[in-house]
Design a binder for this molecule. Structure first.
Ligand SMILES: [Zn+2]
Ligand SMILES: [Zn+2]
Length: 153
């Protein structure tokens, strides 16, 4: 079994390989975006930018945005878009699902093996289905407590 450090090194090597194949050097700015992403929970561009600036004050929002878009297209990271919410990014690219709070926009990962056994729509759709992700919408713990509190006032 691989330990966490080997895992990280393996992922790093994989990313470097993908970038090399596409002729994209892993610049310091791109690296900082990659290092920042896993530290945050499904962050939007601004959250990543804010955090990245702590270690690299000169990095621009445009660079952070372009880097995120580029890595998403290369499937190194994943862009999660939900209707009515800002685009968020995550470095977890395996199949998983999300819980979304309708009030504060908080997004939480949900791993549930029973949701991974859905029958995929086939040829009749005209699409070749590659993946799917289910989104459950509701209220998070904190917002539920806030709501109760307000009702009691
Ligand atoms: Zn909430
Ligand atoms: Zn996720």
């Amino acid at each position: 079994m691989m330990n966490a450090r080997d895992d990280k090194a393996a992922r790093r090597a994989e990313i470097e390989k993908i970038c090399r194949e596409h002729g994209l050097p892993l610049t310091a700015q791109r690296r900082i975006v990659l290092e920042t992403l896993p530290k945050l929970n499904h962050p939007a561009v601004d959250e990543i930018w804010e955090q990245a600036r702590e270690s690299m004050p000169e990095v621009s929002r445009t660079t952070v945005y372009r880097t995120l878009e580029m890595f998403s297209k290369l499937r190194i990271i994943r862009k999660v878009c939900h209707p009515g919410a800002v685009a968020r990014y995550e470095d977890k690219t395996n199949r998983h699902h999300h819980l979304l709070c309708l009030r504060c926009g908080k997004m939480t990962d949900l791993d549930d093996p029973s949701l991974d056994k859905l029958h995929l729509p086939g040829a009749g759709t005209g699409y070749q289905i590659e993946d799917y992700s289910i989104q459950f919408r509701g209220l998070c713990k904190k917002c539920m407590a806030d709501k109760k509190h307000k009702q009691n006032l």
